[in-house]
Ligand binder design. Structure first.
Ligand SMILES: Nc1ncnc2c1ncn2[C@@H]1O[C@H](COP(=O)(O)OP(=O)(O)OP(=O)(O)O)[C@@H](O)[C@H]1O
Length: 546
């Protein structure tokens, strides 16, 4: 046993709720005293002569569950209880901390009657679980509490995501954690593109406490849009969503980890962190952005809308997917070597603009409306109505098919985009129209991360109701752009004083590309190239976060 923290100061000591003496089972069987307080479980060795360190203090906030049980050996009158912790520990050969599993199992045998022993084990197990739940209640802010247990999750897993190891990663890292937390789950391995989308469009959602996606951001994009295509979208989109990183992008997973306040981790450590957050089962609000394309398609986006350098790298680096998250680094270097400029018009509604406040627009009255399927006054007109019709250019020819977002049935449900004019009309007069028309990139973000190691919008929060719009004007040197991307790993790119970088917080935006060819992505998925506009809808969905 190792001592995990220094002795608390007298004033910090919590009253003892329970005390007991048990055998600690495992490789070394020793008799220990166990002290449960409101926040900690302290295991103190009673026979120090056995060697090793004598005391371990576990934080209940690191605990995902505890259970009591009888031994398989019918001659054993003892009962047992096991507590499952995932404390942050120093990484071997690496700096920083990552969660690692620790199971502590205690044998209860003061009586010759096995039922009496089991009752005592259950009393401890229940008390620990209650204190663990209480730790969650201490969490403040926008996070709500889901106290209902046992939780039932539907897990959708894309076996081809990332390097193609998602299923093995799930079995190796997540399955046992869910069991530790007493969470029941049904795992569905997706068989094809849009399988998850069709499934959630038809599913009886009342059977599940959460829909969990183990893949990259693409599968979550399908699920969000599948939910928004339901007649009962308003209720369906309130189903808590859980995210386990299995892809190569994993931007939302990285954002969730970032919002938990921990140091950045990647790969399996990010998976374990997200699994831990999932097991805690706290639900937060999540903003969604409605994205309208000139083709009339309307999509719901949880992450980003990108044009130029970022979307080019995202799509063009698909061919390097075998290297995992490093594909973005490779793609960035390749695209830097042949830097492009993209012509177009960008306009937006800044957050500080009083006209953008919902109080001036009756958003609640329109919120429950069903949009007309085809209406020239709608925000998503049914045909390309701008002078320069640019859609269907390079996208479908040059890029992997798997990344093309589904030209789904028109998303006619969802909140009204009350801030947007139809695409065939000018933007409202109080919007800001950017004077520059030559860009290297335009990216609109509603989460912090663009990829596991790209903290593109450090100030973003899950439910801040803000689109963090970042654009880089033409004229930036390759060297400065590289410097920006290197600084982005820690979110420092917005403090580089680069005159070509503009960062503005907005509620809505419109982008009209003039360049005849280009790539536009929504949540990393390819969409029709052409005019596009978007409006954020604060707290439309719910997400398991910490
Ligand atoms: N069984 C499947 N076979 C083929 N494609 C699938 C399957 N399941 C899901 N898909 C599709 O694969 C696409 C990519 O999935 P996703 O983005 O989740 O993983 P990824 O591409 O590895 O991650 P990232 O986008 O972060 O790189 C999605 O558009 C999804 O629709």
């Amino acid at each position: 046993m190792s001592s995990k923290k220094t002795e608390p100061k007298k004033s910090e000591i919590c009253p003892v709720l329970m005390y007991g003496e048990f055998m600690v089972t495992g490789s070394m069987k020793v008799r220990c005293s166990l002290i449960l307080t409101e926040t900690e479980l302290t295991v103190q060795k009673i026979s120090p002569a056995l060697g090793g360190r004598g005391k371990v203090v576990y934080h209940l906030s690191d605990c995902v569950g505890c259970r009591a049980y009888r031994s398989h050996d019918s001659t054993d009158v003892g009962a047992y209880f096991s507590a499952y912790f995932y404390p942050l520990r120093t990484r071997w050969m690496r700096s920083g901390l990552a969660r690692q599993r620790v199971e502590q199992c205690f044998r209860v045998a003061p009586d010759q009657n096995p039922s009496v022993n089991l009752q005592e084990a259950q009393r401890w197990s229940r008390a620990i679980r209650e204190r663990v739940l209480h730790q969650r209640q201490q969490k403040t802010g926008a996070i709500q509490l889901e106290v209902k247990r046992p939780l039932k999750f539907l897990i959708l897993l894309n076996p081809h995501s990332g390097k193609g190891h998602a299923h093995a990663l799930f079995k190796g890292n997540v399955q046992r954690m869910l069991q530790d937390a007493g969470i029941q789950h049904t795992l569905i391995i997706t068989e094809r593109q849009n399988h998850a989308r069709e499934l959630v469009r038809e599913a009886d959602l009342s059977k599940w406490d959460a829909l969990v996606i183990m893949s990259g951001d693409g599968l979550l994009f399908e699920v969000v849009n599948g939910l928004m295509e339901r007649e009962d979208w308003e209720e369906a989109i309130q189903t808590p969503l859980g995210v386990l990183p299995g892809g190569s992008g994993n931007a939302l997973a990285a954002s969730i980890h970032h919002f938990s306040g921990l140091q950045a981790v990647s790969s399996e450590e990010l998976l374990i962190s997200c699994g831990f957050i999932l097991c805690k089962g706290l639900v937060s609000q999540l903003d969604l952005t409605s994205v309208c394309l000139a083709s009339s398609q309307r999509l719901f986006s949880f992450l980003s809308l990108a044009w130029g350098f970022v979307s080019d790298v995202d799509i063009e680096s698909e061919k390097y997917r075998h290297v995992g998250a490093a594909r973005f680094t490779v793609g960035t270097l390749v695209r830097l070597a042949s830097l492009r400029v993209y012509r177009g018009k960008l306009a937006y509604l800044p957050t500080e603009n009083p006209m953008s406040q919902p109080s001036l627009v009756d958003s609640t009255a329109t919120f429950r409306q069903r949009l007309p399927q085809s209406n020239s006054d709608s925000c998503c007109p049914s045909n390309g109505l701008l002078g320069h019709t640019l859609q269907n250019s390079s996208n479908s020819n040059n890029t992997p098919k798997s990344k093309q977002s589904n030209p789904s049935p028109l998303s006619v449900f969802g909140p009204t985009d009350f801030l947007l004019n139809p695409l065939n009309q000018p933007v409202p007069g109080h919007w800001t129209v950017v004077q520059d028309e030559d860009f290297v990139l335009v990216v609109a973000m509603y989460q912090s991360h663009l990829a596991e190691d790209m903290l593109a919008a450090p100030a973003s929060r899950l439910d801040d109701g803000i689109i963090h719009l970042i654009y880089v004007k033409a004229g930036i040197s390759r060297r400065s752009l590289l410097h920006l991307f290197l600084a982005m790993e820690k979110g420092g790119h917005l403090n580089t004083n680069c005159p070509h970088v503009v960062y503005v917080k907005v509620k809505a935006l419109r982008l009209e590309p003039y360049s005849p060819k280009g790539i536009i992505t929504v949540d990393g998925e390819l969409v029709d190239y052409g005019p596009v506009q978007a409006q954020i809808h604060g707290s439309l969905a719910r997400l398991i976060a910490w």
